[in-house]
Design a binder for this molecule. Structure first.
Ligand SMILES: NC(=O)c1ccc[n+]([C@@H]2O[C@H](COP(=O)([O-])OP(=O)(O)OC[C@H]3O[C@@H](n4cnc5c(N)ncnc54)[C@H](OP(=O)(O)O)[C@@H]3O)[C@@H](O)[C@H]2O)c1
Length: 257
């Protein structure tokens, strides 16, 4: 039987407490996939097609902290296009400290890289992904994608990696990121990419914010995939903010890999 942890009040936590609550495991031999999403109480993944309408100050705090802790921000092309992704802005001092204590980060405090998964390589080389860069962007794509598109993205400064023939499997993505020496993976969605990771049994952890909102409408859920793969999870912590936002961290139960 699982015991739910008691809710912690966000106001009782210092920034260092939050860092400790969200640090990746100390010893990571293969890429560790943490996924982060925000949802409404009724399960909507977006408001008017964007996730911004679900955000709260507490969610923004954790969203930023998770980026501070990661080696790479992994995102599907649908989300990168809809949300106009650019570089990750992170806390250089914290990243340097994490590095010195063996928890990732970076000796120079440079931000995590952003890796976009796209079967088509149909990304705009003039978009923020390639013009607003803190660290060299990565494009994980297919051998099938048009050669001229891939070349345009290389010319725009991206490291373009072919990691699949048609679409990319979650394990191929993990392998590619492992090959780049980026084991602390933060997947920020979207639902298509998350669904692929669930179906492949490749999710280690989900950080889920529940925003105190009902949305209705036709918004989708946080994951979708052609086939399901029920994966038992355990709640690591539950943090409650004064505006009603719930910050949760779920880890995969051992024995269900
Ligand atoms: N609430 C939240 O926290 C949150 C987080 C993220 C996104 N969102 C919302 O989710 C919506 C976007 O949903 P989405 O399902 O389109 O997002 P998505 O998963 O980011 O994008 C789907 C696209 O990503 C590429 N892709 C995903 N998995 C792939 C794979 N295994 N192999 C190859 N390519 C793959 C494909 O790009 P190509 O078409 O280029 O081949 C595919 O069309 C937006 O409304 C966004 O605001 C919400």
């Amino acid at each position: 039987m699982q015991r739910m942890p008691n809710a912690i009040q966000l106001t009782d936590l210092t920034h260092d407490d939050l860092v400790r609550l969200y640090t990746y495991p100390a010893e990571i031999s293969a890429p560790f996939v943490r996924v982060n999403f925000v949802t409404s109480i009724d399960g909507a993944v977006s408001v008017d097609g964007r996730s911004g309408g679900l955000g709260t100050p507490a969610d923004k705090t954790v969203f930023g902290l998770l980026r501070d802790l990661a080696d790479v921000v992994l995102v599907g092309a649908g989300t990168a296009r809809t949300e106009n992704y650019g570089a990750a802005r992170t806390d250089a001092g914290l990243r340097t400290r994490l590095h010195h204590h063996g928890f990732g980060g970076d000796a120079q405090g440079t931000p995590p890289r952003v890796a976009v998964v796209t079967a088509s390589a149909d990304l705009d080389p003039n978009s923020r992904l390639f013009t607003d860069t803190g660290a060299r962007p990565i494009v994980l794509t297919s051998t099938e994608a048009a050669t001229d598109r891939k070349q345009r993205l290389r010319d725009a400064g991206a490291e373009v990696i072919e990691a699949g023939e048609h679409t990319l499997g979650a394990n191929d993505i993990r392998e590619a990121l492992g090959g780049l020496g980026l084991p602390r993976v933060l997947c920020e969605g979207g639902p298509g990419l998350f669904g692929e990771f669930i179906a492949a049994g490749a999710v280690d952890e989900l950080c889920l914010t529940v925003s105190p909102l009902l949305v209705g409408g036709s918004a989708g859920r946080i994951s979708h995939s052609p086939t399901g793969f029920p994966t038992p999870m355990r709640c690591r912590h539950l943090i409650s903010a004064s505006d009603g936002t719930l910050l949760t961290r779920w880890e995969r139960l051992h024995g269900h890999e």
